[in-house]
Ligand binder design. Structure first.
Ligand code: SGN
Ligand code: CA
Length: 520
């Protein structure tokens, strides 16, 4: 993979010295957009952000030749809601898709529709997860619901079709096929390439099963968090120790049928296995059977079992990331080989962040940093190189893309275009605080409803409905959010200031919750 990078760099269309030339070229041509989004990809597992777990040279290419956002956040850390925020540029209460049980109202304004009106060709390929059929796309080929890793079913422009192979390869193949053969090449394009991976249950491609076998991942400091002073965190059901399922999540379905876990999850695990072809299954078994055997012999309990589960989880997750990275290399190479790098913006992001064992967790949902944040890397021909530190949120993607395409940003869009930041301009009065609101409760993983405000230093969160509690963190002193200082002596003035800011944002974004819970 390193080779790919060098090759791309050496050929030079994107080397720094050519920036002015590229600007001049791109001034003549309209910008295309390749928007790549994975599902549950943590910034911790992208080496442009963090080298502890995995190297991702192809994803890093985007940061090396473009920008890395160091303060990128979502508005509601869950798949469907995030996707709705991105398409509309509006918070969940405004676009109506507050949790994964909702159906997206496809008649509303979205940025792909506005791009289409402006003469763009638009395509949506991969995980969609908004229940209603996509609108605003010339071509769409989507996974059904969450989609499957092996031999997944798609709906292609309304028709159901099963494709053979591994999901990340297939989604990339479809995207490259659309770019090569299915679009109107006289028009600028916007391609949304949405991976299913690395969503639960982190199933690697057969060719990646044996990667990282000997790697030992560092255990997060707060893996054995006791959730003191944080009642909502104590109530969650996303713990590696108690909720990560042996058969389903960790693939310990033994042929002797001796290992049992949650019956429903076991069943789901077997369904995944049964989707495979005999040849895929043989490769799968060759990898997992010896691990299962060793696991049965070891008879682990307590901390040894907990840490074994953590390592197993991390191994599979990294293998799935490796396949994403390889496929992103294919997309970048395609753009390069087809002379598209001088007028195509490439975005890499995730629908939200994810826990890699921090607080003892997998999954997302909370407004704590690991899941509130999301990776965001952008390559813009002629644009800035390096870090962007301003706080951006996924409601900003729609106005940014419209801005780039020269389309007027409708006044009801709540996000703000960060195109000036990508162009390296100084922006006065950039936002100083972010608003967050999560709704899916009661539900899987048992994370209570909450909303909150985050500034560059502090995070104030209000859990409501079932658990009613406030949490306040000084992110400078306590980046892991282990010590809730809400109500502590000396925090009164700070709390008042943050609550005022929170209510200001609820008014600004018109969140109806402000009428019911404002005076808390
Ligand atoms: C599935 C997963 C959950 C996950 C949700 C939402 N369970 O229900 O672990 O939190 O999706 O994820 S599973 O048994 O189906 O794997 S989201 O990213 O799509 O919002
Ligand atoms: Ca997700």
């Amino acid at each position: 993979m390193k080779l790919d990078l060098q090759r791309l760099t050496a050929t030079g269309a994107i080397a720094l010295g050519y920036a002015a030339q590229i600007m001049a070229q791109s001034a003549k041509k309209p910008m295309n957009i390749v928007y790549i989004m994975s599902d549950d990809h943590s910034y911790q597992t992208i080496s442009a952000y963090d080298h502890r777990f995995i190297e991702t040279p192809n994803i890093d290419w985007i940061a090396q030749h473009g920008t890395r956002f160091t303060n990128s956040f979502v508005a509601n850390s869950l798949s469907g809601p995030s996707r709705a925020c991105m398409l509309t540029g509006k918070h969940s209460h405004a676009n109506g898709f507050t949790d994964n049980t909702k159906t997206f109202d496809g008649s509303q304004q979205t940025y792909p529709k506005l791009l289409q009106k402006a003469g763009y060709q638009t395509a949506m390929i991969g995980k969609w997860h908004l229940t209603s059929n996509p609108t605003g796309f010339d071509y769409w080929d989507i996974l059904i619901a969450q989609g499957h890793y092996y031999n997944p079913d798609f709906i292609c422009n309304g028709k159901r079709v099963q494709r053979h192979g591994y999901v990340t390869n297939i989604v990339t193949d479809l995207a490259l096929d659309w770019l090569s053969n299915k679009r109107d090449k006289t028009k600028p394009f916007c391609l949304l390439l949405h991976n299913k991976a690395p969503h639960r249950v982190w199933s690697p491609d057969t060719c990646d099963l044996d990667l990282y076998n000997d790697k030992l991942y560092p255990l997060p400091d707060n893996f054995y968090d006791d959730y003191k002073g944080r009642p909502a965190a104590a109530k969650q059901e996303m713990s590696i120790i108690k909720d990560m399922d042996l058969v389903y999540d960790l693939k310990m379905a033994d042929k002797e049928n001796e290992i049992h876990s949650n019956p429903e999850l076991e069943e789901l695990g077997r369904c995944n296995y049964n989707r495979m072809t005999p040849s895929q299954r043989a490769q799968w078994d060759a990898h997992y059977d010896p691990i299962i055997k060793k696991f049965k012999e070891a008879g682990l309990t307590g901390k040894a079992l907990a840490e074994w589960k953590y390592q197993r989880y991390m191994h599979d997750y990294m293998r799935v990331i490796h396949s994403i990275d390889r496929n992103i290399g294919r997309v970048i190479n395609y753009l390069k080989e087809n002379d598209l790098l001088d007028n195509t913006m490439i975005v890499y992001t995730s629908d939200q962040g994810f826990y890699m064992g921090e607080h003892g967790w997998f999954d997302k949902r909370f407004m704590y940093e690991e899941s509130f944040r999301t990776p965001l890397l952008v390559y813009l021909p002629g644009g800035k190189h390096g870090d962007i530190k301003e706080m951006v949120q996924n409601i900003d993607y729609a106005p940014t893309i419209l801005d780039l395409a020269g389309v007027n940003i409708p006044s009801d869009i709540q996000g703000v275009s960060f195109l000036p930041l990508l162009e390296g301009k100084k922006v006065k009065n950039w936002r100083k605080s972010l608003y967050y609101h999560y709704y899916e409760y009661p539900a899987e993983h048992s994370v209570c409803k909450h909303y909150g405000v985050r500034t560059s230093r502090y995070s104030l969160i209000h859990f409501y409905d079932d658990v009613n509690s406030w949490e306040l963190y000084d992110l400078k002193k306590d980046p892991e959010q282990m010590h809730n200082i809400y109500g502590e002596k000396g925090t009164e003035k700070l709390t008042k200031k943050l609550k005022d800011e929170l209510h200001k944002l609820q008014d600004q974004y018109d969140d109806p919750i402000r009428f019911t819970l404002k005076d808390n």
